[in-house]
Design a protein around this ligand. Structure first.
Ligand code: NAD
Length: 392
């Protein structure tokens, strides 16, 4: 008998995502006892989770509306959708780069003041436009700080716009390195970015290390007339120091998605109301990615983009035993001991740990009886066991 998966949507989720669920899924807001939950911003901190609940997927990046510790203790995998809005942010970064360079915003605002001048407008434009001259970006140096989902896209796009791009990321992942244009130069230090670049764009998370990384002392190392772009997080910069550098002309322009009183009061600021991910496509991408992550977990036990369990996946052959367990030495040999006693042969396995938790998938031949699964479940270090039977 085919298992009908029950998916509860706590928020309205784009159909681009929900349409991924085939006829074996029931998906809706009023689903009871769900196998999985799709959520955007609804708070789940007060929710009780039923024993059927296997996974929660957040269509978005942040997961502070989800009680992660409680989920981990109940063996519930929590997913998010990193990078799903990267293209939306990249496009706004390109706009910010151009807006910081050409004096488009000031020019548009000035032009509005000419309303009512009738036939004089074109003459006034020619006379006044000299105040709005700004340099081209082609041939200039761009420093990209943080080469993750967004930084990589920005780097490649800037290369194709003729910029000389330096990238800095001491934690660059191998996967990201593959996606990076070979024209992007590898900066060994932030100081190299500061001293060489005409434009600097930030794409790092806010951490104790990166908080206020742009401050009076880092600005002092930059070129005179540098242009800064920050669509990552407001607290990556010290607003008062940036405002002072704008006032002195050391920084020629600051384009940001994060305003505060100091920034709004400074000159040569292009402040946007946190528009980075505000595109319909971005919402669709998040929903699609969240649905696909749930489907792969429910049907195959594969974990990608979980925030509480390790990433473990492999092509599935036959029956699969999926085990969420504590990260304790010797655990895997105990699984194989139990299975050997039950006459079940392990054909393939993958296992990884993440802090105090671990996840193991075992592809097996032989009938995984309820007794064998129960025997694994009874091990102290095991939090949750699930058997996905081979499709006949
Ligand atoms: N404006 C918006 O609406 C919007 C939307 C999405 C994301 N963001 C922000 O953009 C930022 C980047 O997002 P992403 O999806 O590319 O994230 P990501 O996790 O894919 O990439 C972040 C990169 O920063 C690197 N990094 C971490 N610490 C660093 C340091 N000290 N120095 C240099 N590199 C460092 C990491 O190695 C990683 O490669 C995040 O801060 C995110 O909050 C903003």
């Amino acid at each position: 008998m085919i298992h009908m998966y029950q998916i509860q949507c706590l928020n309205k989720i784009s159909e681009v995502g929900t349409s991924r669920f085939n006829a074996n899924y029931i998906c809706g807001t009023d689903v009871q006892n769900p196998d999985a939950i799709l959520v955007r911003s609804a708070s789940m901190h007060e929710m009780e989770f039923g024993p059927e609940l296997l996974a929660i997927a957040r269509a978005g990046a942040g997961v502070n509306n989800i009680p992660l510790d409680k989920c981990s203790e109940q063996g519930i995998a929590v997913f998010n959708t990193p990078g799903a809005n990267a293209n939306a942010v990249k496009e706004l970064v390109l706009a910010a780069l151009l807006l910081s360079s050409r004096r488009i915003v000031d020019g548009i605002e000035w032009l509005r003041t000419l309303k009512g001048q009738g036939a004089e407008i074109s003459k006034l434009v020619e006379k006044g436009k000299g105040a709005y001259v700004g340099p081209e970006i082609s041939g200039k140096t761009l420093g990209v700080v943080g080469l993750g989902a967004i930084g990589v896209l920005v780097s490649s796009a800037a290369v194709s716009l003729g910029m000389d791009v330096y990238g800095y990321d001491p934690f660059l992942s191998v996967e990201t390195a593959w996606g990076l244009s070979s024209a992007v130069r590898h900066a060994q230090t932030l100081d190299e970015i500061y001293s060489k670049c005409d434009y600097i764009t930030l794409h790092v998370p806010l951490t104790p290390d990166t908080r206020e990384m742009i401050n009076a002392s880092s600005i002092a190392k930059m070129k005179d007339g540098v242009r800064l772009i920050n669509l990552a997080r407001g607290d990556l910069v010290n607003s008062a120091d940036v405002a002072a550098a704008l006032e002195s002309g050391k920084v020629a322009a600051y384009a940001t998605d994060f305003a505060d009183d100091t920034i709004l009061g400074a000159k040569n600021v292009i402040a946007m109301p946190h528009l980075g991910a505000s595109t319909p496509e971005s919402e669709d991408n998040c929903a699609r990615m969240a649905a696909l992550e749930l489907i792969d977990y429910l049907e195959n036990g594969n974990i990608r983009n979980s925030v509480n369990l390790p990433a473990v996946s492999m092509p599935r052959e036959g029956s699969r035993i999926c085990i969420v367990h504590r990260n304790i030495p010797n655990t895997i040999s105990r699984f194989s001991g139990v299975l050997a006693q039950a006459g079940v042969n392990i054909e393939n396995m993958a296992s990884k740990s993440r802090k105090e938790y671990a996840y193991t998938i075992l592809d097996v031949t032989g009938d995984v009886t309820a007794n064998a699964a129960q025997a694994i479940d009874a091990l102290d270090e095991v939090i949750r066991v699930r058997v996905i039977k081979a499709a006949n």
